[in-house]
Write a protein that binds this ligand. Structure first.
Ligand SMILES: Cc1cc2nc3c(=O)[nH]c(=O)nc-3n(C[C@H](O)[C@H](O)[C@H](O)COP(=O)(O)OP(=O)(O)OC[C@H]3O[C@@H](n4cnc5c(N)ncnc54)[C@H](O)[C@@H]3O)c2cc1C
Length: 385
C-alpha cells in the first residue's frame, strides 16, 4: 500500500483524490487543506454557476512557458464525458460549459460525496509548510504534524480571489526545494483608470475595447465593460488584463459604436437635433458627453469610437480570478512529475499556466489532475510489480 498525499483540496486536488481512489482503492489517499472546508474557490466560480470549460479549447487561450505541454494536457481531457462518469451532467450555453444545475454548490457536493464515499481522507486546517526528501520517501511538515508520503501532489492553486488563502507558503515550499517560480501577478482582474468616471458608476457598455501601448494595439476585445468607482471592470476588461505587464504604460480605448463605421456614425449624428446623444446610448453616458457639444460631428465621432482612458494599474490579487506565473513547466515532465523530485507531481494553478475567462482555468485544473492520475497509476503499478 502506498501513501499518496495531495496538498490542497481545491478543484484539481479533490478531483485527483477521487480518480486515484477509484483507480487504486488499495492505496491511502490523504488530502491536506489549510482552510476549514474544501473547494472554497470553486463555489465562487462563474458567479456561483461554475463555468467548467469552453467549446473552443486551445492553448492559444492560455499563457505559459510551455504552451505545447498545455495543449497536450487540455486536448487529452473530455470534460463532458469525465464529469458524466462521476454523475455531473453538463451542458453548453453557447461556447461555455456549465453543470446543468448551474450551481457550483452542486458540483462541490458531487465531488465531495463521491470522494468521501470512495474513502479519501480529508484533513482540514493543515497548512503544509515544508517538504523534505527522506531516502525513498518524503517528509511533509504542516502547522501541526509531520507525515511521511510515498507520492506527493502539489495542488495549492494561487492566492487569486483570496478564497485559497493569501499566505505565501505555497511559493515558499517551491523555493525551499530550489524550483523555478515565475513571479505570480494578478490576471483576469479590473483596471484602475484615470480619469475615474464616477458619474458612470454601475453603467455597462457593450462595444469594442482596445489595450494600447505607444499607439500600438496590444489586444482588442469585443464585449462588455462596467464603469466602477475605481476604474473599469467587466468580462472584456478582465480578458484585456491578461495582456497587462508591470512597468508598461497602457491606454484603454473604448469604441461605443463598434457596429457602425466612422461615416455611418457621422450620418446618424447629423440627423440628431437638440437631443444630442440622448436616445443613441445609455442616458448617463449621453449626459457625460454633453460637455463635448462644441465639437464638430467628425471630432465627436472620433471620440465616441476611440474614447481614451489611461490605465493606472491592475487591481490586487484578492480581486483577480487567476495569477499569471507560478511553478515553471520547465521543472516538470509531460506527466507533471518534478524532474528533480521523483514521485512529486504538480497540477492546476500552482503551475505557470493561466487561461482566459470562459472555463479555461477549471478545464486546465481538471485536465492536469487527469494527467497526473494516469501517471501515478502507471508509476505505482510499475513499482509494485
Ligand atoms: C472569483 C473567481 C471566479 C472564477 N471563475 C472561474 C470560472 O467560472 N471558470 C474557470 O475556469 N475558472 C474560474 N476561476 C479560476 C479557477 O477557480 C481556478 O483556476 C481553479 O480553482 C484552480 O484550481 P486549483 O485546484 O489549482 O486551485 P484552488 O482551487 O485554488 O485550490 C487550491 C487549494 O490549496 C489550498 N492550499 C494552498 N496552499 C496550501 C498549503 N500550503 N497547505 C495546504 N493547503 C494549501 C488552498 O486553500 C485551496 O483550497 C475563478 C476564480 C475566482 C477567484
Amino acid at each position: 500500500m502506498k501513501k499518496i498525499v495531495i496538498v490542497g483540496a481545491g478543484a484539481s486536488g479533490v478531483y485527483l483524490s477521487l480518480l486515484l481512489k477509484q483507480q487504486m482503492p488499495q492505496n491511502q489517499i490523504i488530502v491536506l487543506e489549510q482552510n476549514k472546508s474544501p473547494l472554497k474557490k470553486l463555489l465562487a466560480t462563474g458567479n456561483g454557476r461554475c463555468n467548467l470549460s469552453n467549446r473552443k479549447m486551445h492553448s492559444q487561450y492560455y499563457q505559459s512557458d510551455q504552451l505545447k505541454m498545455v495543449q497536450s494536457i487540455i486536448q487529452d481531457f473530455d470534460m463532458v464525458e469525465q464529469m458524466q462518469k462521476i454523475g455531473l451532467y453538463c451542458v453548453y450555453q453557447g461556447d461555455l460549459l456549465y453543470p446543468k444545475s448551474e450551481q457550483a454548490l452542486s458540483v462541490r457536493n458531487v465531488f465531495m460525496q463521491r470522494s468521501e464515499e470512495a474513502g479519501v481522507v480529508f484533513q482540514y486546517e493543515q497548512e503544509v509548510l515544508q517538504i523534505q526528501r527522506q531516502k525513498h520517501q518524503y517528509l511533509i511538515k504542516t502547522n501541526s504534524q509531520n507525515i511521511i508520503a510515498d507520492v506527493i501532489v502539489l495542488a495549492m492553486g494561487s492566492e487569486a480571489g483570496k478564497l485559497s488563502g493569501m499566505n505565501t507558503s505555497r511559493y515558499e515550499i517551491l523555493k525551499q526545494m530550489h524550483l523555478k517560480v515565475v513571479e505570480p501577478v494578478p490576471s483576469l482582474v479590473q483596471f484602475y483608470t484615470s480619469p475615474v468616471l464616477k458619474s458612470l458608476k454601475g453603467v455597462r457598455v457593450k462595444g469594442t475595447f482596445s489595450l494600447v501601448e505607444n499607439e500600438k494595439c496590444i489586444h482588442q476585445e469585443k464585449g462588455e465593460l462596467l464603469f466602477t468607482d475605481y476604474g473599469v471592470s467587466g468580462i472584456a476588461v478582465m480578458q484585456l488584463s491578461s495582456f497587462y505587464q508591470k512597468h508598461h504604460h497602457y491606454q484603454l480605448y473604448i469604441d461605443f459604436f463598434d457596429e457602425l463605421s466612422h461615416n455611418q456614425l457621422c450620418q446618424l449624428l447629423s440627423k440628431q437635433s437638440s437631443l444630442f446623444l440622448e436616445g443613441l446610448m445609455n442616458h448617463k453616458i449621453a449626459k457625460a458627453f454633453q460637455k463635448y457639444q462644441y465639437l464638430s460631428i467628425d471630432q465627436l465621432v472620433s471620440l465616441l469610437k476611440h474614447y481614451p482612458l489611461e490605465i493606472k494599474g491592475i487591481r490586487e490579487a484578492s480581486y483577480a480570478q487567476v495569477m499569471k506565473g507560478g511553478l515553471s513547466l520547465k521543472e516538470v515532465t509531460e506527466d507533471l512529475e518534478l524532474k528533480q523530485y521523483p514521485c512529486i507531481y504538480a497540477m492546476g494553478e500552482i503551475l505557470n499556466v493561466a487561461g482566459m475567462c470562459g472555463g479555461y482555468n477549471l478545464h486546465f485544473a481538471f485536465a492536469s489532475a487527469y494527467r497526473v492520475a494516469k501517471a501515478i497509476e502507471r508509476n505505482v503499478y510499475v513499482k509494485n510489480s
